[in-house]
Design a protein around this ligand. Structure first.
Ligand code: PGA
Length: 240
């Protein structure tokens, strides 16, 4: 893993956007693996600015997202489809037919997971997969467990994740307790992985990334086995 430290969230986000922009400019029909949550919001903002000023072109880009709550309607403002439209897709020249997020209102979640895995494979190799990290070390919704899954699957969210995500929900909104997520193998098949980590709340999990251990109790530690991972962190997350 290559670790790049930035003094602020803004600098980290700009650097992440630059890496994505270079990828888009080298290969106009890249496949981008995208993430939701508060972490990549700054990066998406920069990418929208770059697209508006003509520096990058999304017209032939394809995207696959890591995960989606289940069950949830794509029109629900808490859904990850809504998040992606709101933070990126509605503001750049991407063809929405080329953007994939697991369907949170599929009747048969297992069939949807199987179908999603096929979609990811049909696009060819993901050129860059963007990841955030949970305080509990999850990537996508691969939660700490004795056994992790290789492929896209339905999963229950841990108490820790539900509590961490509750900050996005108003009192009268129901917080989902399950999700559909790419598996560790789906994520690992990407050529390059960009892991973004910011804020004090991630300091403990960042330390686990620096140790020489890997454990399914902190799924992100398995990224040490991937040959091409860049970790971008701000100084609040990585300390000294
Ligand atoms: P956050 O979530 O960016 O909102 O901290 C990251 C994650 O849970 O993967």
């Amino acid at each position: 893993m290559k670790i790049l430290k930035f003094s602020s969230y803004e600098e980290m986000s700009a650097a992440a956007a630059d890496i994505i922009a270079k990828q888009i400019n080298v290969k106009g029909d890249s496949v981008l693996g995208l993430a939701t949550g508060s972490t990549p919001v700054g990066m998406y903002k920069k990418l929208v600015e770059m697209n508006k000023s003509g520096l990058i072109d999304f017209s032939n880009i394809k995207t696959v997202n890591l995960d989606e709550y289940y069950p949830i309607s794509p029109s629900n403002r808490q859904s990850y489809r809504y998040f992606m439209n709101d933070n990126l897709f509605d503001h750049v020249n991407i063809d929405k037919a080329n953007t994939y997020v697991p369907n949170g209102e599929a009747e048969d979640p297992d069939a949807e997971c199987e179908n999603y895995e096929k979609i990811v494979k049909s696009l060819g190799t993901v050129d860059i997969q963007v990841l955030g990290i949970g305080q509990n070390g999850h990537i996508g919704f691969n939660e700490p467990e004795e056994n992790l899954y290789l492929y896209t699957h339905k999963t229950a969210l841990t108490e820790n994740t539900i509590a961490a995500n509750s900050r996005f929900f108003t009192e009268d909104e129901v917080i989902p307790t399950s999700a559909l997520t790419m598996g560790m193998g789906t994520i690992f098949s990407a050529k390059k992985i960009l892991l973004l980590i910011n804020g004090k709340a991630k300091r403990e999990v960042f330390k686990q990334l620096l140790s020489d251990r890997i454990t399914t109790a902190c799924p992100a530690t398995l990224l040490k086995l991937h040959p091409n991972v860049i970790v971008l962190c701000d100084s609040e997350a990585c300390g000294e």
